[in-house]
Design a protein. Structure first.
Length: 217
């Protein structure tokens, strides 16, 4: 009987095993979403690890096993929103670079469920504290630029855009399209869809891209 009980116990332990990468990332996504909600509603100072853990359905110990403090959690949550929209973006279905960039800009600024929360946090907390010597807003922007560089590298590889400096392209796109689009959304209620708001900006960006690239951009 003892052997059978041991066998049953061992079998159950094997079934549980260590969580796989998908399970871990799914839990991390839940934690990041909970963190964004709490930080957006309470602010950085008012947010607590206990409340975030409760909303995410995990223990405080689980959070501290992943993040050394609230700052690390907030930065990861900000980066997670960016990665969610850009890291796995499929460009194969796009008919043109302009079409792809409109979709990407819409996802980042509005269509992602986390986008409004992210915008609120960056505005409220962007310059209030540093993480690894960079303000939160700067750290979030740097991460966005890194991911956009990958997007432009892929568009160039697919011959959808002429060869150019992808780092500079990412900065121009962020300033000309994303930043101006977000400011328009914050300052007035535009008519039409988000695509209607962003499409002229993206068209202007793409129209100037070839000339800029030829000049050594």
């Amino acid at each position: 009987m003892a052997v059978s009980a041991y066998a049953i116990s061992t079998s159950a332990a094997k079934r549980r095993g260590r969580p796989n990468a998908l399970d871990v990332e799914a839990k991390n996504a839940v934690i990041r979403a909970a963190a964004l909600e709490v930080f957006a509603s309470k602010g950085f100072q008012g947010a607590s690890i206990v409340e975030i853990a409760r909303l995410a359905g995990v223990t405080r110990r689980t959070l501290y096993a992943r993040y050394r403090d609230k700052r690390a959690l907030l930065l990861d949550a900000v980066k997670g929103v960016i990665d969610e929209r850009l890291q796995h973006y499929d460009l194969d279905g796009a008919a043109s670079a302009e079409e792809a960039l409109v979709e990407i800009a819409a996802d980042i600024t509005v269509r992602s469920p986390s986008a409004p929360l992210l915008t609120r946090i960056i505005i409220a907390e962007g310059g209030n504290f540093s993480h690894d010597e960079a303000p939160l807003g700067r750290a979030g922007r740097d991460h966005l630029l890194q991911q956009l560089e990958n997007v432009f590298a892929e568009l160039i590889r697919k011959d959808m855009l002429p060869p150019a400096n992808t780092a500079e392209a990412a900065v121009l796109f962020t300033d000309m399209v994303l930043a101006s689009g977000i400011m328009s959304l914050l300052t007035f209620a535009p008519d039409g869809t988000i695509e209607d708001l962003l499409a002229p900006r993206v068209a202007f960006f793409c129209a100037g891209f070839a000339g800029w690239a030829q000049r050594g951009g």
